[in-house]
Design a binder for this molecule. Sequence first.
Ligand code: FAD
Ligand code: DLZ
Ligand code: SF4
Length: 509
Amino acid sequence: MTPDTGILILGDQLSWRHPALHDADPAQVVVILAEVAEEAHYVRHNRHKIALIFSAMRHFAAALEARGFQVHYFAFDEGIPTLFDACARAQQHWQFSRLCLCEPGEYRLAEQMRGWQELLGVTVDWLDDTRYLDSPASFAGWAAGRKQLRMEYFYREMRKRYQLLMNGDQPEGGKWNYDADNRSGWRGQCEIPARETPEIDAITEAVITLVNKAFPDNPGDLNTFRWAVTPEAAQAEFDWFCEHALPLFGTFQDALAESSPWLFHGLISMYLNCGLLEPLAVCEQVEAAYRDGRCSLAAAEGFIRQVLGWREYVRGLYWLHMPDYRERNALAADRPLPEWFWTGDTDMRCLSQALKQSLDLGYAHHIQRLMVIGNFALIAGLDVKSVCDWYLAVYADAYEWVELPNTLGMALFADGGIMASKPYAASGKYIQKQGDHCGSCRYDPKKATGENACPYNSLYWHFIARHSERLGQNPRMGLILGGWRKRADTDKAAVLEWGEHVLNQLERL
Ligand code: FAD
Ligand code: DLZ
Ligand code: SF4
């Protein structure tokens, strides 16, 4: 039978819960998947991200066929420029009269897709992405009329809505948030469990060869490719996390370790974001681990807050504030990105390690992204657009809906406080407290001036001083500003002068 409907499935929508697949009759539809130049090139994506998506797309296509679906797959070497071209070619071939699209994760693509009905001359059905736990419309309703948006209140609503870690209408354990239990620094207190690499099959091998050849200038060392590319393999990774890492996830959530890029983190954002794992299912599995006594309440709550709270909250903010959001630069930060952001070659040990693993592995955990790399970009006043493009490029889990609010809003405070109630600025003292990098660094975290002084220290005070007027209006900055103002004038002048010196030689740090 000739299909009357085309269904486009994007590289980050590889889920059986895709709204168009839900009750589709395989005999009536053709599913289109396309590896295209525009999506692969709109930033210098990490090779890990491209390889993960292409391999997961190819595996998903095979699984669709196994369930009886007709699939029209465009491989990268067919040279299809855009997703629109792929749909147009598939339509010419199959002559379907209806195309189903599920709302994409990026504003850029959503804008393009709005013109497709007219350009293709077929009916385009636009479906909500029901894989998320909140919708942009529902978030806008929650946000309407509130003077200030805060994740914590949104999160409480979501806990009630999904009855996660609840006793009736009360939070399990009597408190909503156990963040205070989740701040231990890393001093090698215990063994970090070793992780195994999921199987690399012939499909993934072929994709790795293709990506190495077609993207020679992109970051990413595919000799270290370690990502699952099917829902089953991603689930096995998550099961491993629940058994081996979840019990200490909360305790070391904010830690930084020389010996491990992963610590006790989930390594699941890349799967949640492309459809291989479902957010509600992972939260339920973690709650079950807590209820069975396999992890503490602080660990379970800490994890669920990230997925049910932060992840949905940033998506809500993105759609609420786009397209203006990406133009914001509240602190007028415009200093060029040092070249070493693309190599990791800096003597700052914490930063070098975070940059190198981001570039090579396509992964850094939250505190590296926020308090090592983001914090440096914030206090050095690096150009907001360049920093956002860098984050969108280097991580295997990066899509604008989640990258932009986290980078522009949370890390750079460039939205003026929509996302964060105060800038996440910190000196070397914080990094020293949270981890063990400083012992291997040529800089001294206790010094603020002089050749071996930790650059984070003078840059931090330079940041506070140059934005003191604006930050003075923020009650949460009162103590810090008060402390700064009370310091002796000579002391302040020396730190600021050194900070200026550091800013003038960022490339050489
Ligand atoms: P875990 O520590 O195991 O956490 C579990 C899950 O919680 C994550 O997989 C993720 O889905 C969710 N989560 C945790 N924090 C956040 C958050 N702030 N926003 C959204 N989801 C969250 N996450 C992305 O998925 N893509 C990005 O492009 C991205 N860019 C970021 C940029 C900056 C500057 C910062 C500060 C954070 C960014 N994050 C991003 C959020 C977070 O750092 C990653 O989700 C997390 O590090 C992924 O690793 P994990 O799966 O091991 O997470
Ligand atoms: C990130 C990405 C890449 C690298 N390549 C493709 C692709 O070739 N085909 C595709 O359908 N999707 C790809 N993606 C994911 C899309 O960029 C993503 O769907 C949009 O950015 C919306 O989130
Ligand atoms: Fe990072 Fe400063 Fe510590 Fe070096 S001394 S590792 S730059 S915090």
